[in-house]
Design a protein around this ligand. Structure first.
Ligand SMILES: Cc1cc2nc3c(=O)[nH]c(=O)nc-3n(C[C@H](O)[C@H](O)[C@H](O)COP(=O)(O)O)c2cc1C
Length: 358
């Protein structure tokens, strides 16, 4: 297997502990997972929302899972770090990327990016007391403008972030338009932290395309004016995908739509020829994964139809694995009884074929 690090981006309402565990049982290729964000860590010890299976080390692998928090309050972040450390985790991640207005309007998530002074004060508070707990950040290029990150990078560089994941869109865009891979690439020489790219990797082809932009031609010094007090890193990457300039790639909607994506990317990087009869084997694997996840969720929910919400969320991406995705979605989205859901899923697997996502 290739050394390229692949992680699974967190999705509130989808990639919870049952999802992560079922996913790992059925698919390979993902090296690192993140919890969807936690908020409201009000207590010094045993905050209520840190007691469930979402973070319980008996249900999670503390070596490959990083808990995420959405906060701008250093004290709350430190409470979170302390409790995660006690549970055995080695790293926490701060969400500075959430674009949704109800979050961003409160200067949280990507809504914090226009305010470098606030970011600096928060990080000073965090790093003063965080000790040996690793601290990473996931962010966008900005909230109103993709230039906002220029003022944030020198601040990030003052602190020993264990990782910086950048999704190169701005908050205001939500998920519209395309991830600005060129802009991401132009930032690489200015960033000290181990860097992870996230955005629009929907297929092996789009991974290759994006990796080509990021890794190709990095020998050329970027045209952008160096940010004040930040000079380009001495390490200028070549075309080596394992270049020190980039630690890895985070997959998001692409792997929810096609759970084989991380395996396929790693297979491609190793030049392994995929086994024959792949399509038949794949649809069987996908089918058992979907059933297993549903049964697991049902078991956890004591048989309640509330599991349908999360399964439908997943199908809003998974439908793209099949031909006629909109037909599938039309059927699944209106379902509100377990039996109906079970029948609809059987119909999908009986009457639809997998399509190649490019
Ligand atoms: C419904 C939804 C929920 C998400 N929840 C989180 C979250 O809790 N924390 C986070 O950092 N990102 C969250 N994200 C962002 C994804 O992790 C990822 O960064 C984003 O989809 C961009 O990557 P992609 O283009 O590969 O999908 C969420 C995205 C969506 C659409």
């Amino acid at each position: 297997m290739s050394e390229v690090l692949l992680s699974l981006g967190p999705f509130q309402g989808i990639t919870d502990a049952p999802f992560r565990n079922v996913f790992k049982r059925h698919f390979g290729g993902i090296d690192k997972f993140y919890t969807p964000f936690f908020t409201g860590i009000h207590k010094e010890e045993n905050a209520k929302n840190l007691q469930g299976e979402e973070i319980d080390p008996r249900c999670n692998d503390v070596n490959t899972l990083t808990p995420q928090i959405l906060s701008t309050d250093a004290e709350e972040i430190l409470r979170f770090a302390k409790q995660c450390k006690e549970l055995g985790y080695k790293e926490i991640n701060l969400n500075m990327g959430c674009p949704f207005p109800r979050v961003a309007n409160k200067k949280r998530g990507s809504g914090l990016l226009p305010y470098p002074d606030k970011v600096e004060t928060m990080l000073e508070g965090v790093f003063e007391h965080i000790g040996d707990m690793k601290f990473s950040v996931k962010c966008r290029l900005g909230y109103f403008s993709p230039e906002e990150i220029d003022a944030i990078i020198p601040i990030f560089n003052r602190f020993p972030l264990s990782e910086l994941i950048i999704h190169p869109r701005i908050g205001k865009q939500l998920y519209k338009g395309e991830a600005d891979v060129e802009r991401f690439k132009s930032l690489i020489p200015y960033i000290n932290a181990p860097l992870v790219y996230n955005g629009d990797i929907f297929s092996v082809e789009s991974y290759e395309r994006i990796r080509g932009v990021i890794c190709g031609g990095l020998r050329v010094k970027p045209a952008m004016t160096p940010i004040e007090e930040t000079s380009p890193k001495s390490v200028i990457a070549g075309e080596d995908p394992q270049s020190p300039a980039l630690k890895g790639y985070m997959l998001g909607r692409g792997i929810l739509a096609n759970p084989f994506l991380a395996e396929d990317i790693k297979t491609l990087d190793c030049f392994v020829v995929p086994p024959r009869n792949d399509a038949k084997r794949r649809i069987e694997r996908l089918h058992t994964y979907v059933l297993d996840l549903y049964e697991d969720r049902l078991h956890h929910a004591g048989g309640s139809p509330k599991v349908l919400g999360r399964m439908k969320e997943l199908w809003s991406y998974l439908m793209y694995s099949f031909d006629e995705p909109q037909d599938i979605w039309r059927k699944i989205k209106k379902i509100n009884a377990l039996k109906e859901y079970e029948e609809a899923v059987e119909t999908v697997f009986r009457s639809h074929t997998l399509r190649r996502i490019t």
